[in-house]
Design a protein around this ligand. Structure first.
Ligand code: DGL
Length: 265
């Protein structure tokens, strides 16, 4: 089975990791680092990106697509975009994961402005407090996961939730689970929900083969490889350069083909 995922960068790897534990599929992951971050783009631009990637997935014979980006997923939901291939929504998974009455949501500027989580949760009669925490995306892409600066930014963004009675906080951006430690320290009595947990229940469990990932990166490959090392990504993989204007793979530099048995030993 071939599974497609795309994100602006490494955020979606928080989804990819969960899927690779459960299914030894062949994964195609597009990291659109050249056009990141997505949270400050217009909905029309984002819709265009989505169609480019879906076309690429079609060319790669992908069987199913798992959303690895809430921002584009919120556009897909708001604009009621449908695909020929089976598409698994992370926003919908995040909503199903919510079990409390008072819910906080953090996401990118676009996701929060769209109010996709808010509207759907309110339909379930929940009280929703949402906030954009866009800078978290840049911190994660820079590999800054802890320290005084992250603490200051986390406090700046999350302090206002302390005045609410939220019982849960949905991490409505796939970059945010990388900052889960600091987020749960700032909001220490709040249950932190990573929608990828719920989303991963949608994949068929098949451990008969080892997973393999083909990364397609629109920006600098070396930079992306450094990021993979920083987050200790150990699933066997290869990194390709993807030139987005004509959706052609312009070079296929084979790097980091990791022997699963040795590394996972
Ligand atoms: N990781 C993405 C999300 O889940 C996009 C973040 C960004 O590029 O702004 O929304």
């Amino acid at each position: 089975m071939k599974i497609g995922l795309f994100d602006s960068g490494i955020g979606g790897i928080s989804v990819l990791k969960k899927l690779t534990y459960l299914n030894g599929a062949h994964y195609i992951y597009i990291a659109d680092t050249n056009r990141a971050p997505y949270g400050i783009k217009t909905p029309d631009m984002l819709e265009n990106f989505v169609f480019q990637f879906m076309k690429f997935f079609e060319y790669k014979n992908v069987d199913e697509v798992f959303a690895a980006c809430n921002t584009t997923d919120s556009i897909i939901i708001e604009r009621r975009i449908r695909f020929d291939v089976k598409y698994h929504s992370i926003v919908k998974a995040g909503i199903s994961a919510s079990k409390s009455l008072n819910v906080g949501v953090i996401g990118t500027n676009v996701t929060i402005k769209n109010e996709t989580y808010k509207k759907q949760l309110e339909k379930l009669n929940k009280n929703v407090y949402q906030k954009s925490t866009q800078l978290f995306v840049s911190l994660v892409e820079e590999g800054i996961f802890y320290g005084r600066m992250v603490e200051a930014i986390a406090n700046f963004y999350l302090n206002s939730f302390r005045k609410t009675n939220i019982e849960e906080l949905i991490l409505g951006c796939t970059h945010f689970p990388f900052l889960k430690g600091i987020i749960s320290r700032v909001l220490n009595n709040v249950k932190i929900i990573d929608p990828a947990e719920e989303l991963s229940k949608e994949i068929e469990i098949d451990k008969s083969r080892k997973p393999f990932v083909e990364f397609y990166v629109t920006g600098d490959i070396k930079d992306f490889e450094r990021k993979l090392k920083r987050i200790n990504f150990r699933v066997p993989h290869v990194v390709h350069k993807l030139k987005i204007d004509n959706l052609k793979v312009v070079s296929s530099e084979k790097t980091n083909i990791i022997n699963w048995n040795v590394r996972s030993g």
